[in-house]
Design a protein around this ligand. Structure first.
Ligand SMILES: C[S@@+](CC[C@H](N)C(=O)[O-])C[C@H]1O[C@@H](n2cnc3c(N)ncnc32)[C@H](O)[C@@H]1O
Length: 270
């Protein structure tokens, strides 16, 4: 750090002025009913923030408010600022929709706005003695959540284009974050290498394109199938098939059609 201290010029952020709270709250509560593809299905974590809220809040913290700020010689008049704010609200409203979680078009627009604000901030701080390292317009600041817990915030920071770091006191939280934000980017776009299962209907054989984490996801599935088969081979004899009898149906009426049948105790996958 330079010995001569020059104050950092920090434009007001959108979150300090306004947010489309109703839309963010609606998306956050809708998320609670999602049973497929949500982090909570990987591992439950107390106080995990809704992804929609984390995404919206991060965006609004990174994007400058378009309002007039005379001392910074930037911004626009009130009417223009209100219009521009509405435009940013529309982006947030699309951003929080669960179905848009991996929508590259919507995310790309959000990332573009974040970069635009960052370049504006860099421009304002051009005269800062450490501008070349602190205010590089081509390099967004990295993000660190030191109390990352279930990882909602660092995951969303990564989705919004930031280099994201997570840490936590609890080793379970560290494992969750490793699985979510550290490992997947390392294998992004790579094809699976795991043992090809005999009974996987969707083996992916011959497929060339493995966007995002799809190759890694396929490998998790392949190794899961391998582990299940291996466990069955080694200790399966300890778990003989279970016959469904009349008594079984008392608590589980859904088993009625299976009376008289033998079912494997082994859990399936899928
Ligand atoms: C409220 S939770 C964070 C939830 C997180 N924002 C999410 O969305 O899942 C707080 C976290 O802080 C962690 N923690 C508490 N004290 C800590 C410490 N001294 N250093 C690091 N992590 C700590 C806890 O293990 C817990 O995971």
């Amino acid at each position: 750090m330079s010995s001569k201290t020059i104050a950092v010029k920090s434009p007001r952020k959108l979150i300090e002025v306004a947010l489309p709270l109703d839309k963010i709250s609606a998306a956050a509560s809708h998320e609670k009913s999602i049973r497929f593809g949500h982090l909570s299905t990987l591992h439950l974590w107390w106080s995990r923030k809704p992804l929609a809220a984390a995404r919206a809040v991060l965006f609004a913290q990174l994007v400058n408010d378009p309002g007039y700020e005379r001392y910074l010689n930037r911004g626009v008049n009130k009417v223009e600022a209100a219009k521009e704010r509405e435009r940013l609200f529309r982006i947030i409203e699309e951003l929080v929709v669960w179905e848009n979680t991996n929508n590259e078009e919507v995310l790309g627009r959000a990332r573009g706005e974040i970069y635009r604000s960052w370049r504006e901030t860099c421009e304002l701080n051009r005269a800062h003695p450490d501008a070349s390292t602190l205010f590089d317009p081509n390099n967004l600041p990295a993000f660190h959540d030191p109390f990352a817990g279930g990882g909602a915030i660092p995951l969303e920071a990564q989705r919004l284009g930031l280099e994201s770091y997570a840490s936590d006191l609890n080793p379970v939280a560290v494992t969750i974050n490793k699985a979510m934000i550290e490992v997947p980017p390392r294998f992004a776009g790579r094809s699976p290498v795991g043992p090809m299962p005999r009974d996987d209907g969707d083996s992916g054989l011959g497929r060339r394109d493995w966007p995002g984490s799809s190759g890694l996801a396929k490998d998790v599935r392949r190794y899961g199938i391998w582990m299940r088969a291996e466990a069955e081979r080694r200790i399966g004899f300890l778990y003989p098939p279970f016959e469904i009898i009349e008594e079984s149906v008392a608590d589980r009426p859904d088993l009625a059609p299976l009376i008289g049948k033998e079912l494997p105790v082994w859990l399936g996958y899928g």
